[in-house]
Design a protein around this ligand. Structure first.
Ligand code: MN
Length: 290
């Protein structure tokens, strides 16, 4: 029987009815493999004159992985990328040494439902040049009454095109009918499971929507039961060996790395480039905790 730990992630109201569940990091579990951030956003129905608008902000040391369930997001970054992302597609942005971007609802009055994920870059690639990938399609298949989409990594013979830099997996699972499945696990990986729509049964125990199951390494399979229409996100990876430091939008392996990124963002350094004509509202970093 698969053993797991049940975590209740905090719920934050960002206004406009936008509820966000932060499943990673929490004080119970900071990372799952290199996955170091997981926000479950919405679903939210914005009023006719409102939408999501995240001003220009920097990142270092990570990859951002945006996975939309409903709605669209307009992404612009300091590498010159300017595009709308839609459900089923993925944007993978590698911050490395430094990047900045904005995220906006292209139209107001939309419904938005998304998972925002970050992946920590390994220590030897932490400072790599920034990069951006858009994938219009990912491996998707139906089995055991569920539809699977492989967001990242390898599952059986399938391989996601997303260019991640460490051994990990991301799998989206939606039940078409009442689905009972047993997924093979890699015993070298730890896993996390977040029900995004409705509850699921994990190893014969009920896990409510937005409860997070942390599944330690060393296990060979996972049994799941999902009622029709219910949906869950499975993340996994080799447990990180180095201690990761996360502050605001920065990820690194030393406080000095984070401190210099923060100072350079405050000074408007060229490190983070500029987005379009540089007219986007800039987000201000909160003061460092040390
Ligand atoms: Mn961002």
């Amino acid at each position: 029987m698969t053993h797991f730990q049940r975590i209740q992630p905090p719920r934050n109201d960002l206004g406009e009815g936008m509820m966000v569940i932060r499943a990673l990091p929490t004080r119970h579990q900071r990372t799952v493999g290199a996955w170091c951030f997981l926000d479950h956003i919405g679903p939210v129905d914005f009023p006719a004159d409102r939408g999501m608008h995240v001003g220009a902000h920097p990142h270092i040391g990570l990859q951002t992985f945006t996975w939309l369930i409903e709605g669209t997001i307009h992404h612009r970054d300091s590498l010159g990328n300017d595009m709308i992302i839609r459900p089923g597609e993925v944007n993978l942005m590698t911050a490395g040494h430094g990047i900045s971007h904005t995220e906006d609802s292209p139209e107001h009055g939309q419904r938005l439902h998304a998972a925002q994920l970050w992946i920590a870059l390994p220590a030897d690639q932490h400072d790599c040049p920034p990069a951006f990938e858009h994938h219009a399609a990912l491996p998707a298949w139906s089995e055991y009454g569920a539809r699977f989409t492989l967001l990242a990594g390898k599952f059986g013979d399938r391989q996601s095109p997303a260019g991640v830099r460490s051994p990990l997996i991301g799998l989206d699972i939606v039940a078409d009918s009442n689905a009972s499945l047993t997924l093979p696990l890699n015993p070298a990986f730890e896993y996390g499971l977040l029900p995004l729509v409705g509850e699921v049964e994990v190893a014969s125990q009920r896990l409510d929507q937005d409860e997070f199951a942390y599944i330690p390494a060393g296990q060979a399979s996972l049994s799941l039961t999902l009622p029709a229409g219910h949906r869950a996100l499975l993340l996994g990876g080799e447990p990180l060996q180095d201690e990761l430091i996360m502050w605001w939008n920065f990820v690194g392996f030393s406080k000095d790395t984070i401190r210099s990124a923060q100072t350079e963002w405050e000074q408007g350094s060229a490190r983070f480039g500029q987005i379009g004509d540089d007219s986007a509202r800039r987000l201000v970093a909160p003061p460092l905790p040390w």
